[in-house]
Design a protein around this ligand. Structure first.
Ligand code: 5GP
Length: 131
């Protein structure tokens, strides 16, 4: 069965997409820790990040760097935190999270409640910033 992220890649379920290439996709996390919390994924469905082939792994890291620069332009923050967990969705992904301190990376914190319109506006701003 395809992962939820493959369904997003195939546009079978909606997501607030911020960037896309032939191999990679970036979209807002549905339960963000911070405004602009973004997931970057390879379109190729591989569960564990460190099982990616070298080319896909390095390409994903470069894609994450590009997307992070776009998020920085839109969301005021000290920097973009990077983390990999992967315990919930078995499709390799990197979390990009705007942070001002180490506690902003705490995944046990309550997630933000953001409406679809607000998420759509943030995604649009990041897409514009990446042009
Ligand atoms: P992890 O696998 O890294 O532990 O967590 C998966 C992340 O994906 C979580 O932060 C969760 O909020 C996010 N997520 C799970 N399902 C969806 C979804 O259907 N759409 C989006 N945009 N994010 C999701």
């Amino acid at each position: 069965m395809p992962s939820i992220f493959t369904k997003i890649v195939n546009r079978e379920i909606p997501a607030h997409i911020v960037a896309e290439t032939t191999e990679f996709l970036a979209f807002l996390d549905i339960n963000p820790l911070a405004a602009g919390h973004t997931l970057v994924i390879p379109k190729k469905e591989v569960d564990y990040l460190f099982d990616l082939d070298d080319e896909t792994y390095t390409g994903l890291c470069i894609f994450a760097k590009i997307v992070a620069k776009g998020i920085e332009k839109v969301i005021q923050c000290e920097r973009i935190g990077v983390t990999v967990i992967g315990l919930e969705v078995p499709h390799a992904h990197i979390h990009l999270i705007p942070i001002n301190g180490v506690n902003d990376m705490n995944f046990s914190k309550p997630k933000l409640k953001m409406g679809q319109e607000e998420l759509a506006a943030i995604a649009t701003s990041i897409r514009e910033a990446l042009k």
